[in-house]
Write a protein that binds this ligand. Structure first.
Ligand code: MTE
Ligand code: MO
Length: 425
């Protein structure tokens, strides 16, 4: 086999080699499956199999094989799974970039294809690198710029995830023996004690990662690992506060909704307020009515009539798909089971279709599954933390359900249709 005698100048770093690549690989080998699983969970938590309004990927076919009814316990479940998904995704960005840097010479080899086997390997790398960059980029953009791809983020990120994980599993399986060998070949602790002056390239080997014409070292491996580690740590510090909350909320510099949004009973994160979604004062003024339908019956209630129904308090957080979440807020309102009873739904109401007065944009209607409707903590909330709901938090009435993604907590509710899971005909 003819091997190029030297790599082109950009690839002369003396740090590149199978050991360094393997260290980054191991971090991703642990992190990416967690990202994938928490991502699948996030998809499942929206109950896409319940209703077309909950389903952003109606063409998913077999990829929906794993769906089941999302539980309402523990009530902080989605707060944790999605906090982990978004935080870990952001924290792994430096590791992903470092891993790509470490194998860069391999990505640009000439000639690009040497044999059918090589062609297959290159194709899988294309899906791996392309899929990885795509998933990380769409995820970060969605969190940072909020719905930059209105509506289409979910299918992009969902289908992209399957492509990426397919290539990832194949790549991990193929390279695992080599990775284990590379890691055994050097001692991490010894490496962490080696300064620049004693940094020498890894031995030349068949991986082709080691430069044949290395430049003098300007950084030790310890320095390179430290830089990536500090990068990840810095991202962790400016991100995690949006999910953890408390006094850490103030450190969430990178979080669009992360910081403390005002004070008072309604002083917690707002996803989109009345102005952002085009709700007019008269939509939620004295003329507002709540319609409850089900089993062929229908009841219309004013706000005052709603207030006279039995009231309950639930301490529940809002946990957005974007990764931010609030601490537990004290919601006060009417149980969904009690509202179902108004139209004769009995003790075991079925699913409910919720519609907002909001007339356009996403998230103005949702279907809640029977287990969510039946949970005694699920409310049509009228008040929060001892005060009236603010207009931005959904006055005159909003849904709050334990364990569910924030997007299911519809604000400015106008109609509840029990036994329906999409637009009533
Ligand atoms: N009508 C309506 N309800 C909505 C939304 C919306 O855009 N319109 N956004 C949802 C999303 S994505 C979240 S995270 C929560 C946020 O609730 P909050 O703004 O009170 O914190 O409201 C949900 N309810
Ligand atoms: Mo959200």
């Amino acid at each position: 086999m003819k091997v190029p005698t030297r790599l082109t100048p950009p690839w002369r770093s003396p740090l590149r080699g199978p050991w360094l690549t393997s260290v980054f690989a191991v971090v991703l080998l642990i992190g990416i499956p967690i990202l994938f699983l928490t991502g699948l969970v996030s998809y499942l938590a929206y109950n896409p199999d319940l209703s077309p309004v909950n389903d952003k990927t109606p063409e998913k076919g077999l990829l929906g094989f794993y769906l089941f009814a999302w539980p309402t316990d523990p009530y902080w479940l989605y707060r944790v799974t999605q906090g982990v998904h978004v935080t870990l995704g952001i924290v792994l960005v430096p590791v992903l970039l470092a891993k790509l840097w470490s194998v860069a010479p391999k990505l640009f080899v000439m000639p690009p294809v040497r044999s059918p086997g090589h062609a297959l390997d290159r194709l899988s790398l294309l899906f791996l690198v392309g899929g990885g960059l795509f998933e990380f980029a769409t995820g970060v953009l969605n969190v940072q710029l909020e719905y930059i791809f209105p509506g289409s983020f979910y299918p992009l990120h969902f289908y992209g995830a399957w492509v990426f994980i397919g290539a990832f599993v194949a790549h991990a399986a193929l390279r695992l023996p080599r990775t284990v060998r590379a890691l055994r070949g050097r001692d991490l602790r010894a490496e962490l004690r080696t300064p620049v002056a004693r940094t020498v390239p890894e031995p030349l080997d068949e991986t082709g990662l080691v430069s044949r014409d290395p430049a003098p070292p300007t950084l030790s491996r310890r320095g390179a690992l430290g830089m990536v580690g500090l990068g990840s740590l810095a991202l962790l510090v400016v991100t995690a506060g949006q999910s953890i909350g408390g006094s850490l909320r103030g450190t969430a510099l990178l979080a669009p909704h992360g910081r403390e949004p005002g004070s008072g009973p309604n002083g917690f994160q707002i996803n989109k307020g009345v102005t952002a979604v085009g709700i007019r004062a008269r939509d939620i003024g004295p003329g507002w009515r709540l319609t409850v339908r089900g089993g062929g019956r229908e009841t219309v209630l004013t706000r005052a009539e709603l207030e006279r129904l039995p009231r309950h308090v639930s301490a529940l957080p809002i946990a957005c798909v974007e990764g931010w979440s609030t601490s537990d807020q004290h919601w006060e309102g009417v149980r969904l089971t009690d509202l179902g009873a108004l139209v004769g739904m009995g003790d075991a109401p079925p699913s409910v279709f919720v519609e907002s007065v909001q007339s356009h944009g996403s998230f103005r209607s949702v279907a809640l599954r029977d287990n969510q409707v039946r949970d005694p903590r699920s409310l049509l909330a009228l008040r929060v933390n001892g005060a009236e709901l603010s207009a931005d938090h959904g006055y005159p009435a909003r849904i709050i359900v334990p364990g569910a993604p924030g997007v299911m907590n519809t604000k400015w509710v106008r109609r509840l249709s029990f036994g329906e899971s999409s637009w009533p005909v």
